[in-house]
Design a protein around this ligand. Structure first.
Ligand code: NAP
Length: 411
């Protein structure tokens, strides 16, 4: 990989890169199949993601006709990798077994974002060629079943947290030229997810002037959702958990900020019962800040917040959800949903059209990366732990072949 790294850093022409030999192996962040059983009996909350990830030498996988080998300059942390690392809610090896060869291996090369350079293209690849600088849409559509899509590097092998990744050509998008490698690698998954949730008709289809409650508004999904709301003429009400994050959110341009810790919301009275007076208190606070109930709620914490989200949404409004970080068995008061004709919409990643639309907006500089910390590849386990413990703000970048941060800007 050293020769490939050097050639890319020196700006070698595509023909030179195409003539470099491929490595027999490369460094990759993996989950080992043998580790899965060790988690048996350990509650998910006590599983340390750092213990589930290893930096191993991975052998070069085969390349299909519709795929490329990507020399990965940088990647970023997503929750997919936390879930893979702790084998929760399911071990990811089941996905790989069902997908079959060559994905079904005793290791899982994880990671669902990447920015890098195409170093080989399969025989059937038309649009992309060696030397192209690209980012990856992590939504891998199943060409044999249009209703199915997979998260690359979570439900497939050979993902982005490595020096080399295998990517379907249909997932590639041009790297925004003005971004560094690590900035470019930090946007695709969360920005495209937020685009579908907020902007697309497949999600909430936000209109000008809509009030949008965004949970975790400085996090991965939330940081981009807030920007899409502002960019589309909506009015975000962002929820965060510290004064530092409140300041960061204001810097993004969000005027209405709720610090959920400082304001002490406790939506669950005990393990089984929620406290509707706390839902009302949140609703009153949103009205006080924004002047009305939210037209849209961007949901992803799940169990902790969904009851409140359904309650505070205005009559006829939309709750759009892509996750359940705090637990997926939800409790809502359904009367608030049906009597007030609200919609609860499930949303997963983004289709290729949505992902490219989001990437275009990033390329034009109207949606900005939210990178806060950058780790070298061998500290990825620590980064995953920080993410699970909610110690980070924005996105966490990982340098793969890039020797340091700040490289890769073309314009
Ligand atoms: P992230 O960067 O960790 O941000 C999540 C934010 O949620 C945190 O910053 C935190 O903000 C807030 N949060 C965490 N626990 C909370 C709780 N109990 N109550 C209220 N807020 C809480 O993660 P992310 O990348 O945005 O991902 C968020 C979730 O979406 C993950 O579960 C991930 O797997 C999922 N996801 C799904 C898709 C999809 O397409 N289905 C795509 C991307 C991500 P504060 O503490 O500041 O409030």
């Amino acid at each position: 990989m050293e020769a490939i790294r050097a050639a890319i850093l020196q700006g070698a022409p595509p023909a030179e890169i195409a003539n470099l030999p491929l490595p027999e192996a490369y460094r990759a962040v993996v989950v080992r199949k043998g580790d899965v059983e060790a988690w048996a009996g350990v509650p998910a909350a006590d599983r340390d993601p750092a213990k589930g990830l290893h930096i191993d030498e991975a052998p070069l996988p085969p390349l299909a006709a519709d795929e490329v080998y990507l020399a990965v300059m940088a990647s970023s942390l997503n929750y997919t990798t936390v879930w893979s690392a702790i084998s929760h809610p399911v071990p990811t090896f089941g996905f790989l077994r069902r997908l079959g060869e060559p994905h079904d291996r005793p290791y899982h090369q994880v990671g669902s974002d990447a920015a890098g350079v195409v170093i080989r293209a399969g025989a059937g690849v038309r649009r992309w060629k060696v030397g192209d600088r690209v980012v990856v849409n992590p939504n891998q559509v199943d060409a044999e079943d249009p209703s199915a899509a997979r998260v690359w590097g979570y439900e497939t092998n050979f993902g982005g947290l490595a020096e080399l990744a295998v990517v379907r050509a249909s997932q590639l998008m041009p790297k925004p030229a003005h971004l560094t490698w690590e900035e470019a690698a930090s946007v695709s998954l969360c920005a495209s997810t937020a685009y579908r949730m907020v902007v697309s008709r497949n999600g909430a289809g936000m209109k000008q002037g809509d009030i949008v409650l965004v949970w975790g508004a400085t996090g991965g999904v939330g940081g981009f959702a807030t920007q899409f709301v502002l960019n589309g003429g909506g009015r975000p009400v962002g929820v965060v958990s510290s004064p530092e994050r409140a300041a960061r959110l204001r810097e993004l341009g969000c005027e209405h900020v709720i610090d959920r810790v400082a304001e002490g919301y406790r939506f669950w009275r005990d393990e089984h019962n929620q406290d509707e007076s706390e839902w009302r208190r949140l609703g009153a606070r949103i009205r006080e800040l924004a002047g009305a109930d939210p037209d849209i709620v961007v949901e992803h914490p799940g169990r902790e917040t969904m009851g409140a989200s359904v309650y505070v949404t205005r009559r006829g409004g939309t709750i759009v959800t892509c996750a359940a970080t705090s637990g997926y068995l939800l409790q809502i008061d359904n009367r608030h949903l049906w009597m007030r004709q609200k919609r609860l919409v499930g949303s997963n990643l983004a289709d290729p059209v949505e992902a490219n639309a989001a990437n275009d907006l990033i390329g034009r500089g109207v949606i900005r990366p939210t990178l806060s910390t950058v780790y070298p590849l061998d500290r990825t386990p620590e980064a995953a732990r920080d993410m699970r413990d909610n110690r980070h703000a924005g996105k966490l970048g990982v340098l793969c072949l890039a020797p340091r941060a700040g490289l890769g800007v073309e314009a």
